[in-house]
Design a binder for this molecule. Structure first.
Ligand SMILES: [Ca+2]
Length: 466
């Protein structure tokens, strides 16, 4: 893969002697772009398309990478290379490729040691105590907060940090076992006008056979009670394993939502095409399956699945400028990962991993890399137990702008990653041991950072510069 470069006059890349290759490119405007070979079979040209599909002026685009495809021959001079996606977002637009990008992850152990001194010294203050295994934190437009407790309760905290002693009523029946319980609570981006709140939770089987699985519902909050309830999705098949249920909900601002899942501790399910386990799910905000989901028309796959090969994603957030979904996932005894989730991609678990079997430390799968499987951006070995994720894009802690924050459960710290595009440049471990097991990380309306710690006597914490 050649070095990424920019050619504002109309990006062209030379595929060299490779018989087949694929480009990943980013347009600098809101139009869709197309990459194809022309005039030589070894040259790629990037051109924009108008929304009607007609070619128009030459674009300014950055070529991010080129992957050779050894196992596939082009089906035609143009068709094999023409990868067209609709204008998903204004600004940066990734050109989806069927093959993964060549990437070498950064490793936490290499860059955290070299950058031990944080850019901003911070302190954490407990604002609300007495939360039982809190999992997720969200703000309502009036400044009040909602907190889920994994045991199945939804709590309300006033804008001046008073915990309502009475939980919100009408929360669906939740299976509580192992890691299973009530997970994310996220208001719809237009909550102020439509009132929809979304909850992810472990839903018990209606036949009371002891099986359960991650589900998604929405409801409105009225007089301390959830009303107008609609169940939008439930993973299939359910099982009795209390491991790896994911449970993060992210809206993309365009009427779609993502739900992260896990492999249920049954690792091969993450690669099974008719299984929701180990996948990221993409839905319309009313639960309908989008027609442009990568497997929407493939009966051998599940239409809700957006990506798979993920082990257990308990943190997810939308990148503030690219609009892409970033997630992290727990690795097995090492190999916690940071990934960018793209349509139809396979993130490798358990075929490839940087982790190892628990206790024995023996190898899982085939190693750390394989053609056709995505490489993570960043790897934590030993594991820090990644949970909670937020991009910092506020003004209150200016030196943090553009960085990615996440929590460590076993790592007992707030982690800040300094990013250069898709590259992790620097890692800081903050508040080590001061907050406990960090379950949730959110940026508040005041631009300060708020945490929840996973404990039977957990708390809501505010993080601010010392
Ligand atoms: Ca992976």
């Amino acid at each position: 893969m050649g070095a990424p470069f920019e050619d504002p006059a109309g990006a062209v890349a030379n595929a060299g002697e490779h018989r087949s290759a694929q480009l990943t490119a980013r347009a600098h405007n809101a139009t869709a772009i197309r990459a194809y070979r022309r005039p030589s079979p070894n040259l790629f040209t990037i051109r924009p398309l108008s929304t009607s599909g007609q070619r128009c002026h030459r674009p300014a685009a950055t070529i991010l990478g080129m992957n050779t495809i050894a196992s596939r021959r082009p089906r035609g001079p143009v068709a094999a290379l023409a990868v067209l996606i609709p204008a998903l977002m204004a600004g940066h637009l990734p050109l989806a490729a069927a093959q993964p990008e060549a990437r070498t992850p950064t490793f936490s152990k290499d860059i955290v040691a070299a950058t031990a001194a944080p850019a901003v010294a911070v302190q954490a203050t407990a604002l609300v105590r007495g939360l039982k295994n809190p999992w997720s934190l969200a703000w309502l437009p009036n400044g009040d907060m909602l907190v889920t407790e994994r045991g199945g309760t939804l709590r309300r905290i006033s804008a001046d940090f008073k915990l309502d002693p009475k939980p919100i009523e009408g929360v669906p029946t939740v299976k509580v076992a192992g890691q299973a319980g009530l997970f994310d609570v996220v208001p719809h981006p237009q909550y102020a006008s439509n009132g929809w709140l979304y909850l992810a939770y472990a839903e018990p089987s209606p036949t009371d056979d002891g099986e359960y699985g991650t589900a998604l519902m929405r409801a409105r909050l009225k007089d301390g009670r959830l009303v107008d309830q609609e169940r939008l999705f439930a993973m299939s098949p359910k099982s009795r394993r209390g491991f790896h249920l994911g449970g993060r909900i992210v809206f993309d601002g365009k009427g779609y939502l993502y739900l992260t899942l896990g492999d249920r501790g049954e690792m091969q399910r993450a690669q099974a095409p008719r299984d929701h386990a180990g996948a990221v799910i993409r839905l319309h905000d009313d639960g309908r399956v989008p027609a442009d989901n990568p497997h929407a028309k493939d009966p051998k796959q599940l239409p809700e699945v957006f990506s798979r090969g993920n082990r257990n994603m308990q943190g997810a957030a939308l990148h503030p400028t690219t609009g892409e979904l970033w997630t992290h996932e727990h690795g097995p005894q090492g190999g916690d990962e940071l990934n960018i989730i793209r349509a139809g991609r396979n993130y490798g678990w358990p075929t490839i991993t940087y982790g190892a079997n628990y206790v024995t430390g023996t190898k899982i799968g085939e190693g750390t890399a394989r053609q056709g499987l995505e490489q993570p951006l960043h790897v934590w070995t030993p594991s820090i137990g990644v949970s909670g994720m937020a991009f910092y894009n506020a003004e209150a802690i200016a030196p943090w702008k553009g960085s990615l924050l996440l929590g460590g459960l076993s790592g007992q710290s707030l982690v800040r990653l300094v990013l250069d595009g898709e590259r992790v440049q620097r890692e800081e471990r903050l508040l080590f041991g001061e907050v406990g097991r960090v379950r949730e990380v959110r940026v508040g309306p005041d631009g300060l950072v708020y945490l929840l710690n996973d404990s039977p006597d957990g708390a809501l914490w505010r993080v601010q510069p010392r």
